[in-house]
Design a protein around this ligand. Structure first.
Ligand code: PHB
Length: 559
């Protein structure tokens, strides 16, 4: 790999960076961090100002990240996209914590009917890796990847009980530099809260083995946290039960939740004794190196290959691949050894991987690359850009809907022009039986449930074409299930025809349906099948790909 080119060396120079560090990777990560702190969206001009990079450099970085599927351009704004979550997913899979311990947290949340979360110690604070959320009273709800100031949380004192002196020094410096907690976008500012009492709470946590957050994050919010240790006795994470003073004050929460929380932690520590999974074979390697080379060929100077290669190094890690030597990273990515080595040196310098002897492993900081704002996206927000691109491609209106008892309800829409007598907006409902969206959603139900819904719907005729016999509808829905699409002609409104396909989650469950609607005068039934359906299927596949990446660890709201 060539050294930094002159066009890419407009810094800000990281004077502490090792000589072999990859400059474009440092700058690309600076752009991703800035976008994350901005909540996932920022104009290119503001990005250049905030990162102190030349506008032309920001443009090239953004084009590269767009090509990687990590962001998209919307007018003047760069917007993070769910594809970027593959980096955080790689860390979460490698760390094993959410996969292994998450189910225990979920069961405790069910049992107590309170929120339960798992957090890890991050050099910058306390970071969530799992959330089982049951928020009733008004309070903040944190997501995987969110970072909290350690001194304002339950887990913070538990982690700090093990901190070496150097970590305390870092913490004091960070607090002094940011007295208003401005570096924590997920929490309301509360100048100085918990700072003075933190060392004493850490000492207390060491003695007691538990720690309380009595409304330090937010008035009303209380949390009880316990540490979880690995077989070597190292604290790997903390589990918190989170409640509200309208149900428990802090002391009452401790009394009620401490015994079940202790049981849960014991079960988690047992689970951590299980042997780690056998490493799955590395992903097909040559494809990746080939992809970056082809992108370079196509985009020329607009594609910063060393940035793409450097970020890709993080995807070498995963389940059963928690710590890898350089050779394994090079193999998994298909990168030359020297390239992988310089990328790892750079990522180590920036704190995204840690080196332990010959092995490298991804750190909690990988979650700072977009994970928290992206895990807040709902399915309709994930679908929206894909629907807009589809509508633009075929010049027809595209929609997303979910099943709501016997109705469909629109959750996202990209309209080209108005072809219906009623204006469809998000929230509009129609009877499921008379729409392509509804038939796809009914087909996604278990067979008995389909027929129960159809019977309950008491299907009415909306035009002279509407099928109203439940027996006939049942047969039609079976057919839709077999073909995996529905084509409905003028059953909802005269002159309107539409074609719909399912959108499935990672488990194969139909969670929504996407459709295109058109006018009888514009497209024949045959054209709906030959011209619209393939484009619709491709768009649905893109929505599903994003949903599956986003939903691997985070719970995506299906609104
Ligand atoms: C949370 O999971 O929302 C949580 C956990 C610990 C705290 C505060 C909030 O101290």
């Amino acid at each position: 790999m060539p050294p930094m080119t002159s066009t890419d060396s407009d810094t800000p120079t990281d004077s502490a960076a090792p000589a072999e560090a990859v400059g474009p990777l440092i700058r690309g990560i600076a752009v991703l961090r800035r976008l994350t702190d901005a909540g996932g969206r920022q104009s290119l001009g503001d990005l250049a100002r905030a990162t102190e990079l030349a506008r032309s450099t920001v443009d090239r970085i953004v084009r590269t990240l767009e090509r990687m599927g990590y962001l998209r351009l919307e007018g003047r704004d760069a917007v993070l996209t769910p594809g970027l979550m593959e980096l955080g997913n790689a860390y979460l899979a490698a760390a094993r914590l959410p996969g292994l311990l998450g189910p225990y947290a979920d069961r405790l949340a069910d049992r107590l009917d309170e929120s339960v979360s798992i957090a890890v110690d991050d050099p910058d604070g306390v970071r969530f890796v799992h959330q089982a959320t049951r928020r009733r009273a008004l309070s903040l709800s944190f997501r995987i990847g969110d970072l909290l100031p350690a001194e304002r949380t339950g887990p913070g004192p538990l982690f700090a009980a093990d901190w070496p002196e150097s970590r305390w020094t870092r913490w004091h410096e960070q607090r002094a530099a940011d007295p208003e907690d401005g570096r924590f976008p997920a929490v309301p500012p509360r100048a100085g809260a918990g700072v003075d009492t933190f060392p004493a709470r850490a000492a207390h946590a060491r003695e007691q083995g538990w720690s309380l957050d009595d409304q330090l994050i937010e008035p009303g919010l209380v949390a009880l946290a316990l540490p979880v240790h690995d077989p070597a006795g190292r604290q790997v994470c903390a589990v918190s039960v989170v409640s509200h003073t309208s149900r428990h004050d802090a002391d009452a929460l401790r009394d009620a939740a401490l015994p079940p929380l202790r049981e849960t932690v014991a079960a988690m520590e047992q689970a951590l004794r299980l042997p780690p999974p056998v490493p799955p074979p590395a992903a097909p390697a040559a494809a990746l190196a080939g992809w970056t080379a082809a992108s370079k060929q196509e985009l020329g100077p607009e594609f910063v290959e060393s940035l793409a290669r450097g970020l890709t190094v993080l995807t070498a890690f995963g389940e059963g691949r928690a710590a890898l030597p350089l050779t394994a990273v090079a193999q998994a990515t298909g990168l030359p050894r020297a390239t992988a080595r310089r990328a790892l040196i750079t990522l180590d310098h920036l704190g995204y991987v840690a080196q332990d002897g010959k092995d490298f492993r991804p750190t909690t900081q990988v979650l700072a690359l977009g994970f928290a704002p992206l895990s807040r996206l709902t399915l309709s927000q994930i679908a929206q850009p894909h629907l807009a691109a589809l509508a633009e491609q075929v010049h027809e209106s595209a929609s997303l809907a979910v099943l709501d008892d016997t109705d469909i309800r629109y959750t996202a829409r990209a309209a080209t022009d108005r072809i219906m007598s009623v204006d469809i907006t998000v929230g509009t409902r129609f009877p499921a039986h008379a729409t392509s969206l509804g038939r796809v959603l009914l087909a996604g139900l278990p067979p008995q449930e389909r027929d129960a819904r159809l019977a309950r719907a008491e299907p009415r005729a909306l035009t002279r074409h509407t099928v109203t016999s439940t027996a006939e509808l049942s047969t039609l829905v079976k057919e839709v299930d077999r073909q995996d699409y529905a084509l409905v002609d003028q059953e909802l409104e005269e002159g309107l025809r539409s074609v719909a396909v399912p959108v499935r989650d990672r488990t194969g469950q139909v969670v929504a349906a996407a459709n295109l609607s058109t006018h009888t005068g514009r497209r024949s039934l045959e054209e709906c099948r030959t011209a619209l359906l393939p484009a619709l299927r491709q768009a649905a596949a893109r929505i599903e790909a994003d949903l599956h990446t986003a939903g691997r660890f985070a719970r995506i709201t299906l609104r």
